[in-house]
Design a protein around this ligand. Structure first.
Ligand code: FAD
Length: 612
């Protein structure tokens, strides 16, 4: 290929790479996605499920911006459930079990049919850079393992768990980012040579067993919701038979076996030194950390409608194969199970994310963006959320436009990126609703109201989505008016809905004019949550205003933090390293006390009066 082949190059065809390439190309950038194996595009490395608490909201946000993940989940989902339903719509989180093979195939097909996008099979060895007149380095392209060079103004790296990756099963180690796939050593070296600090993390996966070898009759069935709620705002209705999952449990025998073999577990034998996700522990971690528990839940999840593979969710492990076999066969319902794939752990390099801007562009090399697991996160949704932003911003960078940055009060995606760049990570970062201080405002049902206008402004939301958004807003407006006007037993429906114990279904039954509105579950949920949580929402809006005031207070780029009177040494060091853009940004940095922020504000006040 010759010089200036593309505007944006994306390395990696995982969940971050797919969204980045899709976004950049749909914004009109000439984009290429380069990945080791074209048939592995969109592959789910671990469980075949999308969404969950905090994550489901992010998928709705990606969809509202014009992304891919929600659409593909609706196309290939085999079981849909709304989690947290008993806690009220403010924290409802959608989750879907998908058909693993069909999911990857659908992602690949969307990308193959996307105008402006070229898919290239190959391994990237090196990131090419040049220095400009100001000596700042900027990216110019990539060199592939086979000697090809590709040129572009923007490059997005989404290499996932593949950088210098090493897989562990007991004492056995194999280079590779995922079972049967390669490790990317050259790209890791290239990042280091460019001056990036790299860290090391680990994650793990459980065994998969053959469906026909499981004794389902004795297990608890877990059905999907009826009716199922779609992920994408573009999906009107999901009309498809749902597939059940099953629940079983570990037991004292299993725990005893694991305890007796801990010396052969790479995490405990010292073979793996890097940190894994605390919230998603291996079965050996659970047995050690929760020593008093006599059982742990295990979900048996089909990997597809017709797939023979069952994912054994809850026993992620890197124990040796002989121990894994005994663990599996000691679990109720799995006594005869035939194991199709053994569990393993993988260690990989990541780039500690304090080295990137909120736009996801690196501070060191202009035009170089990082997204997904490479930034220290874990999970498909976290990767996709960063991917769409990196794709948008790489395309905007190539076109000379300013970046799109989402605030903590606008999106979970904004919360995640701010957490990453401000606080860094010490273990794989996963989204939870508790990470979002404005979570009542960042709901699954209003993701479109929060983000579709932004997606439209940047050019990612096409006419069809825009029309649907406007229709939905119109229907919501009509419903709000109806709830205030319709009456039952002397009160307005709105007043009835304010009562926390009110049964919505009963009310809709009693007031015939409500039937049609109640049937449209997600519009109904939006209207009801606004009424039921009005007081909390008002308080949250005031908190958002306060936070915005701090965010609007910019810190001069040349501010010497050591000149701030009485500021603690830790705060000086933290802020000097972080170089916060605003007072809000400075306040959120880890280890910062409220008094540090007060001193900063006093100093900025003085500075303004001196210089102004
Ligand atoms: C064994 C295992 C267990 C996991 N367990 C969990 C879990 O329990 N919970 C959870 O939330 N998440 C888990 N994950 C993580 C989840 O798979 C990732 O978070 C998610 O896939 C990250 O998406 P990504 O796009 O950043 O990277 P990936 O999905 O890893 O995709 C990276 C892509 O980049 C390509 N690539 C890498 N380097 C190069 C190169 N030099 N040249 C060309 N192509 C390259 C790869 O081929 C691949 O297509 C697990 C992952 C693995 C491997």
């Amino acid at each position: 290929m010759s010089a200036k082949d593309f505007d944006v190059l994306v390395i990696g065809g995982g969940h971050a790479g797919a969204e980045a390439a899709w976004a950049a190309a749909r914004l009109g950038a000439r984009a290429a996605l380069i990945t080791f194996d074209r048939s592995a595009i969109g592959r789910m490395s671990c469980n075949p499920a999308i969404g969950g608490i905090g994550k489901g909201q992010m998928v709705r946000e990606i969809d509202a911006l014009g992304g891919l993940m929600g659409l593909v989940t609706d196309e290939t989902g085999i079981q849909f459930r709304m989690l947290n339903r008993r806690k009220g719509p403010a924290v409802w989180s959608p989750r879907a079990q998908t058909d693993r093979e069909r999911y990857a195939e659908a992602v690949r097909q969307h990308l193959e049919n996307c105008p402006n996008l070229t898919l290239i099979e190959g391994g990237v060895e090196r990131i090419l850079v040049a220095s400009d007149a100001t000596a700042a380095r900027r990216v110019t392209g990539l060199a592939l393992q086979d000697g090809r060079e590709l040129r572009a103004a923007g490059v997005v790296v989404t290499s996932g768990t593949f950088l210098r990756a090493l897989m562990h099963t007991g004492e056995q180690t194999t280079p590779g980012g995922r079972v049967g796939e390669a490790s990317a050593a050259g790209l890791s070296d290239s990042l280091r040579q460019l001056g990036f600090e790299l860290g090391r993390l680990k994650t793990g996966t459980p065994p998969r067993v053959a469906r026909e070898s499981v004794d389902f009759d004795r297990l608890q069935l877990q059905p999907g919701d009826d009716p199922p709620a779609p992920f994408s705002f573009l999906t009107h209705k999901l009309e498809r038979e749902q597939v059940p999952c099953w629940i079983t449990f570990t037991n004292e025998r299993v725990h005893e076996l694991i305890r007796a073999n801990l010396h052969r577990a790479p995490m405990y034998s010292g073979q793996i030194a890097s940190r894994g996700p605390r919230y998603c522990p291996s079965i050996e971690d659970k047995v050690v950390r929760f020593a008093d528990k006599t059982q742990h839940q295990v979900f048996l999840e089909p990997e597809g409608r017709d797939s023979e593979r069952i994912y054994v969710n809850g026993i992620s492990t890197s124990l040796p194969i002989d121990v894994q076999a005994r663990v599996v066969h000691d679990i109720d319902g799995l006594e005869r199970a035939r194991v199709l794939q053994w569990g393993y752990a993988v260690e990989y390099d990541f780039v500690p994310p304090e080295q990137i801007e909120p736009s996801l562009m690196t501070r060191r090399v202009h035009g170089l963006f990082l997204a997904g697991q490479i930034n220290g996160t874990s999970g498909y949704e976290e990767a996709a959320g960063q991917g769409i932003l990196a794709g948008i911003n790489a395309a905007r960078f190539a076109d000379g436009q300013s970046p799109l940055i989402l605030g903590r009060d606008e999106a979970y995606v904004g919360v995640m990126i701010d957490d990453l760049v401000t606080r860094g990570v010490t273990e794989p970062y996963r989204m939870f609703s508790s990470r979002a201080e404005h979570r009542l405002h960042l709901r699954y049902d209003n993701a479109d109201a929060r983000l579709t206008p932004i997606g439209r402004r940047v050019g990612l939301v096409e006419e069809r989505r825009w029309q649907r958004f406007q229709d939905r807003q119109q229907r919501l407006e009509t419903l709000r008016a109806a709830l205030g006007a319709l009456r039952w037993e002397g009160r307005t429906v709105r007043d009835w809905l304010k009562r926390p114990d009110q049964d919505d279904a009963q009310l809709a039954q009693a007031v015939p004019d409500l039937h049609e509105f109640y049937a449209e579950a997600d519009v109904w949920a939006s209207a009801v949550v606004e009424i039921r949580y009005a007081g909390y929402l008002e308080r949250q809006m005031r908190a958002i205003e306060d936070a915005r005031a701090l965010e609007a207070r910019e810190i001069p780029v040349d501010l010497a933090f050591e000149a701030i009177s009485h500021l603690r040494r830790e705060a000086v060091e933290r802020w000097t390293a972080l170089r916060p853009r605003t007072v809000g940004h400075a306040a959120r940095a880890s280890g910062i006390h409220p008094t540090d922020v007060t001193l900063l504000l006093v100093h900025l006040g003085r500075r303004v009066s001196v210089s102004g």
